[in-house]
Design a protein around this ligand. Structure first.
Ligand SMILES: [Zn+2]
Ligand SMILES: [Zn+2]
Length: 124
């Protein structure tokens, strides 16, 4: 099982399954949304994802019409995103995981934007 939370702790979740694959994304939207070099996320099944605490703090932001970015409106931590046309899958933001096994990334999206100083051995 996976557990995680936002920075302030208002939002706390459990994922009642294993994380199978993780993806680094270097696109501009992820960078801005995370305030970092990249996004690190995993597509997981919504049916196994449970917001245990703080559902009322979650806010959805649509930067593109089809994709909701869901974050804690108290502290701003991104928690997950999902696409309206793929409602059964959410993309969990793995920096929020506090318990459980998170596999090394197996995929890089928009790798052409990866900074030169960042060497990642585990995936192409
Ligand atoms: Zn928070
Ligand atoms: Zn991205």
């Amino acid at each position: 099982m996976i557990e995680g939370q936002c920075l302030c702790g208002a939002v706390y979740y459990r994922y009642h399954a294993e994380i199978e694959k993780t993806i680094l994304c270097f696109c501009q939207h992820c960078r801005r949304a995370q305030g970092g070099i990249m996004g690190w996320n995993s597509p997981v099944a919504r049916e196994h994802f449970e917001v245990v605490r703080g559902l009322k703090y979650l806010k959805e932001y649509f930067h593109s019409p089809n994709k909701a970015r869901v974050f804690c409106q108290e502290c701003g931590s991104p928690i997950y995103s999902y696409r309206l046309d793929l409602p059964d899958i959410i993309r969990l933001r793995l920096g929020t995981v506090t318990q459980g096994k998170v596999p090394e990334p197996c995929e890089q999206a928009f790798a052409q934007y990866k900074p030169n100083f960042l060497a990642i051995e585990s995936c192409e």
